[in-house]
Ligand binder design. Structure first.
Ligand code: FES
Length: 67
């Protein structure tokens, strides 16, 4: 699947979380990894405060790590 992170093209495997995608790019923040700490929040397709560790990446997602 193809998506963008802060305007940069990225690839994701089916079922991969946004946090995992960011990790492979050396980006993003991740603390608990289980949806508790909100350290990983990003904006996805214009929706803010999405927990990257809880959201599976989808084809065409526009992910913003900075607001
Ligand atoms: S890393 Fe803690 S909520 Fe995502």
């Amino acid at each position: 699947m193809k998506l963008t992170v802060d305007g940069q093209a990225a690839l994701a495997q089916p079922g991969q979380t946004i946090a995992a995608v960011l990790h492979t790019m050396g980006r993003g923040r991740l603390f608990c990894g289980i949806g508790v700490c909100f350290d990983c929040v990003v904006t996805v397709n214009g929706v803010s405060d999405v927990r990257a560790c809880q959201r599976v990446a989808a084809d065409g997602d526009d992910i913003r790590t900075v607001s």
